[in-house]
Design a protein around this ligand. Sequence first.
Ligand code: COA
Length: 204
Amino acid sequence: MFGTSRLILRGLDQDADLTALVNWCGDAETMALMGRGPLVPTSRDQAKQFFLPRPTGQDLPLFAICEKQPDRSYPLELGADEDYIKACGPAIGILNFQPVKFDYKNRIATLGLVIQDKQHRGKGYGKEVLLWGLEYAFMELGLHRMQLEVYSFNEPAIQLYRKAGFVEEGRMRKVYFKGGEWYDVICMAILEEEWMELRKKLQK
Ligand SMILES: CC(C)(COP(=O)(O)OP(=O)(O)OC[C@H]1O[C@@H](n2cnc3c(N)ncnc32)[C@H](O)[C@@H]1OP(=O)(O)O)[C@@H](O)C(=O)NCCC(=O)NCCS
């Protein structure tokens, strides 16, 4: 269930993923696409905040994206002393359903997605994991709306979200200051019924 043809989605794990997370936070180019705050170096202790349990009722999943290994068969059959997290392999990115607070009354989640390792971008992984994530969000978690914000200069992400059925709902002008320039934020969302239509087309 937690995977696509080429990827596994497993829980993000402090023991397995902390070092990767600290390294990723050192990649200012990618961090500038992800958050609105000032770009600052991240310590191990700060990165640990990412793994803290969230308050009950705001605890949607946070997935590590891993590549399936050519020398293994799937679903994974584990040896007696084998560890599932290790068997899934190192994370190449993160799928996050609640980088901001989950609105559980209205069943609205906010999406965050990064294929962190640049050599893994442009191979269709982002689209694969996003379509998987939407199916999981609407058909398993019972969400009603998935929304996100993306910077106006982030063309790869905007194109990807459009292809996955997200609709542009509006634009906040000059919200984000980067490199001495102001940029707009584009608000996008997909509704449950729009996903149901799209998945019918994808299944044909
Ligand atoms: C955005 C991101 C997740 C896309 O993942 P990816 O695996 O590289 O994307 P895919 O290979 O699945 O491409 C899917 C679609 O995205 C678009 N896309 C991907 N890379 C692109 C690029 N460099 N330029 C323009 N469009 C691009 C294309 O429409 C592509 O569809 P196509 O293959 O049919 O042309 C990835 O670039 C990333 O992690 N970026 C940094 C973090 C980020 O910006 N996250 C989003 C914050 S809102």
